[in-house]
Ligand binder design. Structure first.
Ligand code: SF4
Ligand code: SF4
Length: 441
């Protein structure tokens, strides 16, 4: 694509990077076919190509963001399906991230929209605040229909509906410190405890720690880890995102100096962001190299397990597992084979639901900020999953677990919980009442 940026504009490294990305786009439109918002809404401006034109126009003309561009960029899930499809290697992720920063700096959002974003940014990344908010949301749930009837309050209705009916107690798995390997030590890793996940489903990191230590890996929860910054990053709040990234880079660099094989991530949304720390901090001379090393050392739990050559076992129960690949897993990190291979080697029958490339509509806080589009995507996703007639759905991202579980009676379990069970751990709590379809018929 031809661009017309001036030399003065290109002096800004963010603009210079976006210009390089824009020049790669050849307008072919292949990406539109796999874009969930284009597939759902049918509007070119809600497709990757349409958004790329809008961003180009805004940046080239040095214009502040306006209502139109904000509407279409806000509707983007950042699912990155377009990057998987694009034959020209357009890095839509870095382009839309830059556009969001520009929007945040130049556009004044309506009051309720600002307030909702403020609340999310002030609560979700902090486990103690998030736990309090979830408990309050349980009491406030009857108010959801009332909030639904006033358009600017719809995100609050979505928050109330998404809150679980009970919140698990605090887990020791999030406490800083090392967990020794069982038997001979084969390696040492750090685990990201995360922010929302340990509150909603501490069983995920508990299963990860059990499985890894059983396989001879020492697992350390480093003191001082925090939210990866993805939430504010996707809001265009650059400084807040970089602050989270720097804090985590400092913490993990200390551990790397003590000897660390990998930084294990059990939420693929966080994994995509942390693997991008090297890019995010590229302009910071004090952090660029450390961030690059951290990104390189970051592994999704399934990626790391594949390196351990775990022996195949018979599944504890003959379950059919529909594997839902989170967008951040398949498009963001290009991890497609490993989770399914591990589940198969653990004796489960694994099925791929149709339209697996399409987002479930969770996408961080998207299901709160864009509840209508999110609900349509959820319905479509669940219909596709149910076509495979599974006993259980496995996935590697807490956002997808919450989203899909809110619309189906089929249990939705993190992949690592099934693997831990197959390799000697307890049966995942959500599977307690599951019978195989065969047994039920
Ligand atoms: S990131 Fe997803 S929603 Fe956004 S333009 Fe690309 S495919 Fe569409
Ligand atoms: S597929 Fe790639 S090159 Fe083609 S329009 Fe989409 S972003 Fe541009």
């Amino acid at each position: 694509m031809e661009t017309k940026f001036s030399a003065a504009q290109l002096a800004d490294p963010g603009v210079a990077e976006s210009e390089k990305i824009l020049r790669k786009c050849v307008h072919c439109g292949f990406c539109t076919a796999t874009c969930p918002t284009y597939v759902t809404l049918g509007n070119e401006l809600d497709s990757p190509r349409g958004r790329i034109y809008l961003i180009k126009d805004m940046l080239e003309n040095d214009r502040p963001a306006d209502k139109e561009i904000v509407t279409h960029i806000d509707r983007c899930l950042s699912c990155l399906a377009c990057m998987t499809t694009c034959p020209s290697g357009v890095n839509y992720m870095h382009l839309v991230d830059h556009a969001r920063v520009h929007i945040e700096k130049t556009y004044k959002r309506p009051l309720m929209n600002r307030l909702t974003r403020q609340v999310l940014a002030a609560v979700l990344p902090y486990p103690a605040r998030f736990r309090l908010a979830l408990n309050a949301a349980r009491l406030g749930r009857p108010l959801a229909p009332l909030f639904d009837s006033v358009k600017p309050l719809k995100p609050f209705a979505a928050m109330l509906r998404l809150a679980p009916s009970s919140v698990p107690g605090k887990s020791k798995s999030a406490e800083p410190g090392a967990r020794a390997a069982t038997g001979t030590r084969r390696g040492r890793v750090a685990i990201l405890t995360g922010c929302a996940q340990p509150v909603l489903k501490p069983s995920i990191n508990e299963a990860t720690i059990r499985l890894l230590t059983r396989l001879g890996i020492e697992v350390v929860v480093p003191e001082g880890e925090g939210c990866c910054g993805a939430l504010v990053h996707h809001m265009g709040r650059e400084e807040a995102a970089l602050e989270s990234a720097r804090r985590n880079v400092d913490v993990w660099t200390r551990e790397i100096e003590r000897g660390l094989d990998a930084i294990i991530i059990t939420a693929s949304g966080c994994g995509t962001t942390i693997k991008d720390y090297g890019y995010m901090l590229r302009l910071d001379p004090a952090y660029s190299e450390k961030a690059r090393i951290v990104s390189e050392r970051t592994k999704d739990i399934t990626e790391y397990l594949m390196t351990l050559a775990i022996p195949a076992v018979a599944a504890p129960e003959p379950l059919t597992v529909a594997y839902h690949s989170a967008c951040s897993m398949q498009h963001g990190q290009k991890i497609t084979r490993q989770p399914k291979d591990l589940l198969k080697a653990a004796g489960f029958m694994v099925k791929d639901p149709p339209e697996g490339h399409l987002c479930c509509g969770s996408a961080g806080t998207y299901n709160i900020m864009q509840p209508e589009i999110s609900a349509r995507l959820k319905t479509r996703k669940i219909a596709n999953i149910e076509k495979t007639r599974p006993d259980v759905v496995a996935t590697g991202n807490i956002g997808c677990i919450t989203q899909i579980a809110s619309g189906t009676a089929i249990p939705v379990i993190h992949t690592v919980e099934l693997l831990d069970w197959a390799h000697g751990g307890p049966k995942p709590a959500g599977l307690a009442a599951t019978r195989t379809l065969e047994a039920a018929e």
